[in-house]
Design a protein around this ligand. Sequence first.
Ligand SMILES: [Zn+2]
Length: 256
Amino acid sequence: MGLDFDKVFVEPLFHAYLLEGQSDILEKACEELVLRILCSSRPPCRKCDSCVKFLSGNHLDVKTIDGDSPIKEVREFLSDLWMSPSEGDKKIYIFKNADLLSEYSQNTLLLPIEEPPKGVYFIMLCRFFEKILPTVKSRCRTVSLGGEEPENEEYETYCRDFCSSLFGKDAVSVFSLLDFKKDGRDKFSEFIRYFCGYCRGRVKIALEKKDDISVSAYLSLLDTGLKWSEKSELNLNMSLAVTGFVSDCFFAVRGD
Ligand SMILES: [Zn+2]
């Protein structure tokens, strides 16, 4: 799936972005956005001094803060923010796992995002917008790289039945729903794709309702689906693949 970055990152670029999606897509999009901020060519040339420095991990003005790291790092960021750039006239702060930042840390970002020092850009990466404070979100340009939600009613019903059989620990109907033997591998891959979209949608709904149990169940199922969406490309024996996927799903929702 190729992303059209001219459409994703509409010019002129904004100084604060909040990107939502799975880690691999986020990484790719974040790299592209940083290049677009640093480089004057479109698409970014990947050859000029700024591009090369960033791509080799040596650009002094591109800094990453992990939402998972201690509050100290967020404080360091705040003091670093007001120092001049070392290489050119731009500084970029990337907040990985922004959804893991505490409410306190997110609040400390509000003012800098609202009134950033000259040449400063913020890129926040998260799995779900719903985990970000609305006050932060509303100050950023948001881009969802969430992948496909099921648009197809048949699959929607199908995924719902599959999940309710999983939660009901009804192995017989789970397996009968995944009886793709005659339709083959393509059908299985297609199902997995919709399944991931379905689980993403469920996580978002559960986050809105603050239903922690469903959030964690559907997150585990989403992770399982993503793992199998890579595997389903492999040349695996069909019934082994289905069995493996189903047992991983049962493990994911075991609820202990
Ligand atoms: Zn360049």
